[in-house]
Design a protein around this ligand. Structure first.
Ligand SMILES: [Ca+2]
Ligand SMILES: [Ca+2]
Length: 376
């Protein structure tokens, strides 16, 4: 099944000790937040990706022009909101969608997690959080003289008990009618004397129109892989096993977002647990939230099956770390692959050292369809 291309654009650090193993350098289990914050005992389980919906959010700015969505000077303005975790819960990570007129830089707990712009489509961001409170800060930019200015964001916070809650930009955010002070994104800056943000419009009712949700993650940097380099043309009707081990000794992994698609179908495992299955039908990639990563060592494994014709597996994995950093893992020649499905191949303890590296399709396959945030 070769189809025409459809490319949609789209706190602390705990170092583990390194120990030598037969196939790679692995570090011992790092300390997770649950080890020192009782509420953070993580009972959240992986689930189908839940979008942060912009349609409940509001456009905000400083109110320098008292007319909502009135013209503003070329300027950069700070916008901040400290969100306290309910006392019985522990914040794990967040999915954020943000749109702006004209541009934004988004910080969480002082760490810059993304830069973007535009009011026609939101930008998807992912971040790990602190257990008890989190400071969200945006530097909004109006880059066109005498033009409307605004920022709109929705923050979906995932808690360790498996629940989630939605927060939006609204009149409770703090702002200044001045350029952001030095280190405005840091919690050490006191914003209690700042003004409250001024409403510029709602998602449903503003002169900006309604921003669309972006794809969950891009697949454009990911390779189609299989166990032969000509699988994009034809491949045996069979199942193949794939593995990717992420071992970050110096950082604590918290959550992952996974976008995955296979020709013809797959079962995804994370750290030995079955997360979900999907098939070629509908040409739609599947997205999952994995809220229970292990601190230092995480194993992603896929059983992929070809039913007819070409075969391929493609995925993007976005991992967020406790220190605010993140990492994008794509399917490529570093994944391990084998032409059998060995018993227990999905388990972290499985030794894949004698597996070959996956073959990357010589000619990039065909179709790919990304799940928009709105779809799942
Ligand atoms: Ca503008
Ligand atoms: Ca096929």
């Amino acid at each position: 099944m070769v189809l025409a291309a459809i490319i949609l654009p789209f706190v602390g650090i705990f170092a583990g000790l390194a120990v030598a193993t037969s196939n790679s350098q692995l570090c011992t289990r790092g300390q997770s937040v649950a080890d020192y914050v009782a509420e953070c005992k993580n009972t959240a389980t992986p689930h189908v990706f839940q979008p942060a919906r912009l349609n409940v959010s509001k456009w905000i700015w400083t109110g320098e022009n008292p007319t909502p969505r009135g013209n503003n000077i070329i300027s950069t303005r700070p916008l901040r909101k400290n969100i306290t975790t309910p006392c019985s819960k522990c914040a794990l990570c967040a999915t954020i969608v943000v749109a702006s007129d004209d541009a934004h830089t988004f910080y969480v707990n002082g760490v810059r997690i993304g830069t973007g712009g535009g009011f026609k489509q939101g930008q998807a961001l992912f971040t790990a959080l602190q257990p008890r409170w989190n400071l969200f800060a945006i530097a909004g930019q109006n880059t066109v003289a005498n033009s409307p200015a605004g920022v709109m964001a929705t923050i979906l916070i995932h808690y360790s008990d498996g629940t989630s809650a939605t927060f939006i930009t609204d009149e409770s955010w703090r702002t200044l009618r001045a350029a952001p002070p030095a280190d405005f994104q840091l919690a050490s800056v006191d914003d209690s004397s700042w003004a409250f943000a001024a409403l510029q419009g709602t998602f449903q009712n503003s002169g900006w129109g309604q921003p669309t949700l972006p794809p969950v993650l891009p697949l454009s940097g990911s390779k189609w892989i299989w166990t032969s380099s000509t699988a994009n043309v034809s491949a045996a009707v069979a199942s193949r096993a794939f593995r990717k081990t992420i071992n970050q000794c110096a950082k604590v992994a918290v959550c992952a977002t996974v976008l995955i698609f296979a020709d013809d179908h797959y079962t995804l495992y994370v750290n030995g647990a079955s997360i979900g299955t999907g098939s070629f039908t509908g040409l739609t990639a599947d997205a999952y939230t994995i809220p229970n990563l292990l601190p230092t060592l995480n194993t992603f494994a896929v059983n992929a099956t070809n039913d007819v014709g070409s075969a391929g597996l493609i995925a993007t994995i976005f991992i967020t770390y406790l220190d605010g950093s993140s990492e994008t893992i794509v399917t490529d020649g570093s994944w391990k692959a084998t032409k059998t499905i060995p018993q227990g191949f999905e388990l972290p303890t499985f030794d894949d050292s004698d597996w070959a590296n996956a073959n990357v399709a010589l000619i990039s396959l065909m179709y790919w369809v990304v799940v928009p945030l709105a779809r799942k």
